[in-house]
Design a protein. Structure first.
Lengths: 345, 315
C-alpha cells in the first residue's frame, strides 16, 4: 500500500483535466477546500522547511537568543496550560465514572471511594450494549456506503468527459450550502411514505447516493493521479469500471479512509437523526447519542430522575473509547501516507 | 484507441467540443448514484418542502391542504421565531470570534513548537473525537453554578462564577465554552495554512527589524487570510444551525423549564416539526433560515474579497 500511495499527491486540482476549460470548470483550488487534508500539507512542509531555519541564521545575535529563550518559555507555559485545559475534563470524567452516587458531584480527581464496579453495573442499568451495537452497525454502513458511492461519483466527474459535467459538478458543490433543516422535514415524510419510519434505514440509506463534500474530496484525489496509469490500462483492454476498481480505488485508499473515518464519526455523533427516526421506538433500539441523552434525563438528580449520574459518566467513557481507538488508528494512517509522499517529493 | 486520445485532448483543440459517446454514457453511469440522490433527497425534498411550507399538513391522514403564505406570515406573528432567531444570531456573533481567535492561538503555538508538536496536536484534538453527548454530559456538571469544577476553579482567584446553566445571560457563553473545548478542527486548518507561509518572509522582515507581534499582523494574518475566511464562513453556518449542545443541555428534558435565552432557532424548528408536528410551519422556518444563511454568507464573501489574499492572485 505504501509504495502505491507514493505516486500520488493529495492535491493538484488541475492535473488531469482541470486545465481544460471545458468543464472541470469550477475552480476551487485556492481557499477553503485546498486545506482539507491538512495532515498532508502540514507534515510535508514541516519536513521540507524546518520552521527553525530562520531563527538559526540569527543565532549569533545574543539579544536575539535571549528573546528567543523567553519566547520559548512562554510557548511551553502556554502549551502546558492548554494541555491541562483540554485533558482535565477527560480525567475528571474518568474519575467521576468511578465514584459512588453521592460523590459524583464533588470535583476530586482522586475519588474518596473508588468503585470500579460501576463499569460492571452500567450494563444492567442501561441497555448500553444494544445502543453500541446499533450505533456500530449504522456507522459502519453509513461510512462504507458513502465512501464507495462518493468514490464512484467522483471518478465519473474526474475521468470522463460528458455534456453538462461542469454544471452538474457545480450543482454538487452548491448542495453543500443547503442547510440540513430545509430537507429535514421532507426527508422524514419521504421515509414515512415509504413505510420505513420505525427502522434505522433513514440513518444510513441516503448515504448510498454519495455526499457532496466527499465527492469533491475524492475527485481532487483522482485528478492528482498520473494519467499514464489509465492510458496503459486502457491499452491493456481494461473496462471503464476496471479502471475505477483496479487503479483509481486502490490508489485512493488514503482519501477513502479519510472519508470513512469522517463519516463514521459523524454517524456516531448523530443525535438529531436518531431523535427524529428512533425516539418513538423502544429504548433498546436507540443509538449511542440518543441513549445517553435519555440516560442524562433518567439519571438526572433533579426533575424526578434516579440521580445515579455516575452511570451516565461510565457510559460516556465507554462510548468515547471507540472514537479514541479510531483516532489512534486514523492518525497513524495519515502520517504513514504523508511519510511516503514526503519521501517521494 | 479513440477513447484514449479523447481523454487527453491538447488544450488547443478544446474549442471544438466533441464527446465520445461511450465515454459520456460511462460518465453518466458513474455519477448516476448522485443524480438519483439529488433528484430524490435534495431537489425533490426541496420542492416537497416548499409545497409543505405553503400548506397545512395533517400527519394522521397525510392530507395536504394548501394555505398559501399563511405559514410564512405566521413566522412573523409567533414571537418565539424572532426570539430564537435573535438568540441564534447573538450566539453566532459571540461564538465565531472566540473560536477563530482561540483556534488561531493554538495553531500559532503548535506551529512554533517544533519538536513535540505532534504530541500536543493529538492532545488538543482529543476533545474533537469525544462524542457530543459525552461532552454535554460532562459539561452539565462542570458548568454547574454551585458544585461545578469551572466555578470552583474561579473561586481560587476569589471570583464567584455565574450560574452558567440557569442565569439567562450566561446560557450562550456556556455553549461557547463547550464549543471552544472542541475547537481543534478549526485549529488544524489554521495549522496547515501557517505551515504554508514562506519562511523567507519572516527572515526578510526580521532583518528589517519587525518584532513577533508586527510579524504576526503584517505577515501571518494576511498570508493565512484564506483560511481565516474559510473558517469564519463554516463556523458561522454551523453556529446558525446549532442544535445538539442546546438540546442536550437545555431542551432534552421536556418537563424542565429552561431559560428562554437558550431557545435556539434549530431547537425551535425541531420542536415545531417533531414535537408539535407543525410540518408546514417548520418547513417555512427552514426556508427562512436558508435565506438568512445565504445572505450572511454573501455579505461575508463580499467583505472578504477586499481582504483575502489568495496565492497566485494578481488582481
Amino acid at each position: 500500500m505504501s509504495a502505491s500511495t507514493g505516486t500520488t499527491t493529495g492535491r493538484g486540482p488541475g492535473e488531469i483535466d482541470g486545465a481544460r476549460p471545458d468543464g472541470g470548470g469550477v475552480s476551487l483550488d485556492s481557499g477553503p477546500l485546498a486545506t482539507l487534508p491538512p495532515e498532508f500539507d502540514a507534515e510535508l512542509s514541516e519536513r521540507q522547511a524546518g520552521p527553525a531555519s530562520a531563527e538559526r541564521r540569527f543565532a549569533g545575535d545574543r539579544r536575539y537568543r535571549t528573546r528567543r529563550r523567553v519566547l520559548k518559555g512562554v510557548l511551553w507555559v502556554l502549551l502546558a496550560g492548554f494541555s491541562a485545559l483540554f485533558l482535565y475534563p477527560f480525567v475528571w470524567l474518568v474519575s467521576a465514572s468511578l465514584k459512588p452516587r453521592g460523590e459524583v458531584f464533588d470535583n476530586r480527581l482522586i475519588p474518596n471511594t473508588i468503585l470500579p464496579g460501576n463499569y460492571a453495573e452500567v450494563w444492567n442499568q442501561l441497555p448500553l450494549f444494544s445502543w453500541i451495537f446499533n450505533s456500530l452497525v449504522i456507522a459502519l454502513l453509513a461510512a462504507a456506503f458513502v465512501a464507495i458511492s462518493s468514490s464512484l461519483v467522483a471518478f465519473g466527474f474526474a475521468y470522463f468527459r460528458f455534456p453538462g459535467r461542469g454544471l452538474l459538478f457545480g450543482l454538487v458543490l452548491a448542495t453543500m450550502m443547503l442547510p440540513g433543516a430545509v430537507t429535514m422535514v421532507p426527508q422524514y415524510l419521504i421515509w414515512k411514505n415509504l413505510g420505513l419510519l420505525g427502522t434505522s434505514l433513514p440513518l444510513f440509506a441516503a448515504n448510498l447516493f454519495g455526499s457532496a463534500f466527499y465527492i469533491f474530496l475524492q475527485r481532487q484525489f483522482f485528478l492528482g493521479l498520473p494519467k499514464e496509469l489509465f492510458e496503459a490500462a486502457r491499452l491493456d483492454g481494461a473496462s471503464y469500471f476496471g479502471l475505477f476498481r483496479r487503479i483509481a480505488l486502490p490508489l485512493s485508499i488514503p482519501s477513502f479512509v479519510i472519508i470513512f473515518l469522517f463519516e463514521f464519526q459523524a454517524s456516531w455523533n448523530n443525535l438529531q437523526g436518531a431523535l427524529i427516526y428512533l425516539n418513538a421506538g423502544s429504548v433498546e433500539g436507540f443509538t449511542v447519542p440518543l441513549g445517553i441523552s435519555y440516560a442524562m434525563t433518567t439519571f438526572s438528580p433533579t426533575n424526578g430522575g434516579h440521580g445515579d449520574y455516575q452511570y451516565v459518566m461510565v457510559a460516556s467513557v465507554i462510548v468515547t473509547i471507540p472514537m479514541l481507538i479510531l483516532f489512534a488508528f486514523g492518525q497513524r494512517y495519515f502520517i504513514e501516507g504523508v511519510a511516503t509522499q514526503a519521501r517521494k517529493g | 484507441m479513440t477513447q484514449t486520445r479523447s481523454q487527453h485532448t491538447p488544450v488547443s483543440e478544446i474549442r471544438v467540443r466533441t464527446y465520445n459517446k461511450r465515454e459520456a454514457i460511462a460518465g453518466y453511469l458513474f455519477i448516476s448514484p448522485w443524480i438519483i440522490g439529488f433528484l430524490v433527497f435534495t431537489a425533490g425534498a426541496m420542492g416537497y418542502s416548499l409545497a409543505i411550507s405553503m400548506s397545512d399538513y395533517n400527519l394522521a391522514t397525510g392530507e395536504i391542504a394548501p394555505t398559501g403564505f399563511d405559514n410564512y406570515a405566521g413566522l412573523f406573528e409567533d414571537p418565539k421565531v424572532a426570539l430564537s432567531l435573535g438568540n441564534t444570531l447573538f450566539y453566532a456573533i459571540l461564538a465565531v470570534p472566540f473560536e477563530i481567535a482561540f483556534a488561531l492561538l493554538l495553531a500559532f503555538v503548535l506551529n512554533r513548537v517544533g519538536r513535540g508538536a505532534g504530541f500536543f496536536r493529538t492532545v488538543f484534538y482529543l476533545p474533537r473525537m469525544t462524542p457530543t453527548v459525552a461532552t454535554a454530559a460532562m459539561f452539565l456538571l462542570l458548568l454547574n453554578g454551585n458544585t461545578g469544577a469551572i466555578n470552583q476553579f474561579l473561586r481560587i482567584f476569589g471570583i464567584e462564577g455565574p450560574q452558567w446553566l440557569i442565569d439567562p445571560d450566561w446560557v450562550k457563553p456556556s455553549i461557547v465554552l463547550m464549543t471552544l473545548w472542541g475547537v481543534a478542527g478549526t485549529m488544524v486548518i489554521f495549522l496547515a495554512a501557517l505551515k504554508n507561509v514562506p519562511v523567507e518572509l519572516y527572515e526578510v522582515s526580521a532583518l528589517d527589524g519587525a518584532g513577533p507581534v508586527r510579524q504576526f499582523f503584517s505577515i501571518t494574518v494576511p498570508m493565512i487570510s484564506g483560511a481565516i475566511f474559510f473558517n469564519v464562513i463554516v463556523l458561522t453556518i454551523a453556529a446558525l444551525q446549532v442544535f445538539d449542545q442546546a438540546y442536550l443541555l437545555f431542551w432534552r428534558d421536556q418537563t424542565n423549564a429552561s431559560p428562554e435565552s437558550s431557545l435556539f432557532y434549530g431547537v425551535y424548528l425541531f420542536q415545531q416539526a417533531f414535537r408539535q408536528f407543525n410540518f408546514g410551519f417548520a418547513a417555512a422556518m427552514a426556508w427562512l433560515l436558508f435565506v438568512i444563511i445565504l445572505l450572511i454568507t454573501l455579505v461575508q464573501v463580499k467583505v472578504s474579497n477586499r481582504f483575502v489574499y489568495y496565492e497566485g492572485d494578481n488582481r
